[in-house]
Design a protein around this ligand. Sequence first.
Ligand code: UD1
Length: 355
Amino acid sequence: MRVLITGGVGFIGQHLARHLVGRGHEVVALDNLLGQVHLDPAASVNAFPGSVTVGDVSEPEDWERLERPEEFDCVVHLAAETGTGQSMYEVDRYRKVNVGGTGLAAGFAALHAIPMVSLSSRAVYGEGRHACTDHGVTFGERCCSRATPEPSIESDDHRPVSVYGLTKSEGESALQSAAATIPVTTIRPQNVIGPGQALHNPYTGVLAAFLAMLKEGKPLTVYGAGTQTRDFIHVSDLVTIIAWAVAHPSDIGTHRVLNAGSGVRTSLVELAEHAMGGAPGTTHGVTHLDVHRAGDIDDACADLTLLRDVGAPLPTWSTRDAVIDFIRASWQEDGAPADAWDRALGELEERGLTS
Ligand code: UD1
């Protein structure tokens, strides 16, 4: 197969490309080598096991520069702006890339009759599903203190609370008309972790922040009580699911949507413990910062029933092992200093986006 991977030079794209090439496929990347993600763009391009077209998915003319479009067997659309907090003030950029870019990807795939696999996010669920003895199943904000979070199901309502989540939701809608003529699978990953995760981007995930703090011998900064939960999926488990979707196109006329997570809920305090467990040498515990970032949610977890029912591979990494794998693989890598995350938080504070 010849597979186009948008955002292919990034974290998930590099893993996916190696996975596909290892199975005899050819990969081509369309990637804008965003400075926020790629400190050394040439090294990122060199690491990609295929050809790279430098271009922006949200610019129509960049799609026209792709060679031999009719020879692609699949378009895997990964390119996106991914910072939840940053999305709250870089609204136009997030909308242009995540909605406009996804629309152009779908238009390209439909024009050339190529099956498509697109990455959305669990952020479309926002606070997600709750069960309550008094109020039954509800979505979004908790109905009362008796409500407990439940895993999100693909058919659940979209209730995004960040601009990022909203643009991912609108991006999914942009795929709807393409799904009438080509196979389209949308995958909604939970929090993806693993070797190769961007370490220079302070708008990226909490685990990269914890790594920077551990390396500098600082306590881990947990925003709030640390009882917030996330579902962490190892990048290799996500890549196995994406590759399965590439090999098993959905039926035309059905926009197939699949969750991708571990199905296990982990609190930030537990995450910090796993991270400290993977760090060599002495660690300095956790400090709690009394702050809430606009757009942050309390709880996230994927329901994996549909993934299992369609016959897709289920995740194999435990959260603890995935965290330790990330910490050990990244320990010797350069990354942004811990205070870069403080500055990213400061940018939100300056704009009144914290409480
Ligand atoms: C992340 C991804 C998003 C993805 C989504 C899927 C980022 C920025 N966003 O969002 O692309 O689609 O998962 O669920 O990677 N926190 C701390 N201390 C820190 C930094 C963060 O306690 O130093 C907290 C945050 O307040 C939040 C939690 O950690 O409660 C997770 O935040 P983060 O890793 O930034 O990502 P998500 O918002 O979950």
